[in-house]
Design a protein around this ligand. Structure first.
Ligand SMILES: [Zn+2]
Length: 500
């Protein structure tokens, strides 16, 4: 059997016997060395026999058991001289660190580690920073930055709760961040967003003439406070504030929103009577306009009240049931009479009638007062009186509002603002955890700033964001998107590091 593998013992034994048959004294004499020395050397050979005669594994020698990465980088880090004391630098064991680069690029893989070769100065103990360690440190910063960006997106755009955000990060990166971290980060980003919003009026921008203001009442916490939102005609959210004491907080908000590059002429609100007072209190002298939708709604309400307040004069002794029937009938008849007049009011506010809107409304009042048009019952007379009072109060601002909209295309409604308000509502559900007013305000500022940078994918403003429409100079603002505005630009990581 030519190619039989011989056991080690079978090879060692014969050689050992051969070694013992050597005549040590004779050989020592011939070689002119002491016999004891020769005997000592032979014993060493005999002891080494198993090692010498063992079969060698074919193929190249296996590489060092430490990471191939550090091996590959060895030529680069072969710095032999200590930069501190010029002593000799030697290898000093290996240690494992998290492989941030892999976790950044393929987070779903989960926790990965990499082995680092430590090199230390023998004299002073200075430890050299290997290129791999520097690379991982850069990747670690990038990882945390990217996770923070993800949290920002989740909180201020997707409207996910803290725990759902935690879940999202865990899914993408297979690595947990704590609830506390998400909460603290949310607050920090919110505060930064707040200061960015405060800076808006100091940036060069398109001339904005309108300041639209409204309050919304999302369920913020047990203590009820509302959210005051102000935008301009471009739909840019200029400020959000939690309002606890209206008389103090609203004027403060209005005062803060106007600044060097934003000084509107018109103040557009709903019909709340106090807004004018707040505006004056804020030291602003704007022309106060009222939202068209609210004006129409007010007219509808007056008509409805007239129908509801119908009085009935009936003979005594009529049973209750028939009395009710009579009343219903009278209401129905009056409603039928009033309906054409009400549709006239709707027509007055519709596009194309801007120049004659107030005239039409005045005509409406005189028709209401005309016995030939409608029976002058008590409730109809009241309606005519109230409508006249409404006109006395709002005729001028209605004319101005409609004139501006025709001439300059400015808004006649606060619809844009109300759609912003409805945006905040779902967020209040995840913000309810903030029992604290300041935290809440910061949170909504984050939502507002995200919305300002949000490029619309459909609708009238498709392809633009509010910042662009308002012409905010982004150099003045110092940011081009939400994340750079709150100090989280895309992490800069050298491409070579990733592909190497
Ligand atoms: Zn040294």
């Amino acid at each position: 059997m030519a190619n039989r593998i011989r056991p080690l013992d079978e090879k060692v034994q014969p050689v050992r016997i051969a070694l013992r048959q050597i005549n040590v004294e004779e050989v020592a004499r011939q070689a002119e060395v002491p016999a004891s020395t020769l005997r000592y050397d032979l014993r060493k050979v005999e002891a080494a026999l198993p090692e010498v005669l063992a079969n060698q594994t074919p193929g190249p020698k296996p590489p060092d058991s430490t990471s191939p990465v550090s091996n590959r980088l060895q030529p680069v880090e072969e710095v032999k001289v200590c930069p501190v004391c010029s002593g000799r630098v030697r290898k000093n064991g290996t240690y494992k660190i998290l492989n941030w680069l892999l976790m950044l690029t393929m987070g779903w893989l989960g926790i990965q580690t990499v082995c680092i070769q430590r090199r230390r100065c023998k004299t002073c103990g200075y430890e050299m920073v290997s290129p791999e360690r520097a690379r991982q440190a850069e990747a670690r910063r990038a990882w945390w930055r990217q996770v923070a960006r993800l949290i920002g997106l989740s909180r201020f755009k997707l409207g996910l709760s803290v725990r759902k955000t935690q879940l999202l990060v865990g899914f993408v990166y297979a690595r947990q961040v704590s609830v506390g971290y998400v909460e603290r980060l949310t607050h920090r980003l919110g505060q930064r967003a707040q200061s960015v919003l405060n800076k808006l009026n100091q940036c060069r921008q398109n001339v904005a003439q309108f300041l639209l203001y409204d309050e919304t009442f999302p369920k913020l916490s047990q203590q009820v406070y509302s959210l005051g939102v102000s935008i301009c005609e471009y739909g840019l959210i200029r400020s959000v504030r939690c309002i606890r004491q209206k008389a103090k907080d609203i004027p403060a908000q209005l005062r803060a929103v106007v600044g060097e590059h934003f000084h509107p002429t018109y103040f557009l609100t709903d019909l709340d009577v106090l807004y004018k007072e707040y505006m004056t209190k804020a030291g602003l002298n704007l022309t106060h306009l009222r939202d068209k939708v609210h004006l129409i709604r007010q007219i509808v309400r007056l008509f409805e009240e007239a129908v509801r307040d119908v009085t009935l004069e009936v003979p005594k002794g009529l049973p209750m049931k028939e009395r009710k029937q009579q009343l219903q009938l009278k209401r129905r008849l009056l409603w039928k009479r009033l309906q054409p007049l009400l549709s006239l009011a709707f027509k007055a506010f519709s596009p194309g009638y801007e120049s004659v809107c107030v005239l039409m409304l005045e005509g409406l009042v005189s028709q209401l007062q005309d016995p030939a048009v409608i029976i002058q019952s008590a409730s109809v007379q009241t309606l005519a009186r109230r409508l006249q009072r409404f006109l006395n109060k709002h005729a001028d601002t209605i004319n101005l509002l409609l004139q501006l909209s025709v001439e300059q295309g400015t808004p006649t409604t606060t619809n844009a603002l109300e759609s912003k308000n409805s945006l905040f509502k779902p967020f209040s559900r995840i913000a309810k955890f903030f029992s604290n007013l300041a935290r809440c305000e910061a949170f909504f500022a984050g939502v507002a700033l995200m919305e300002n940078f949000d490029i619309k994918t459909r609708g009238a403003h498709q392809g633009t964001n509010a910042m662009q429409r308002a012409g905010i100079n982004l150099e003045d603002l110092g940011a081009t998107d939400f994340f750079s505005a709150v100090g989280l630009p895309k992490p800069q990581i050298s491409f070579a590091d990733v592909t190497e």
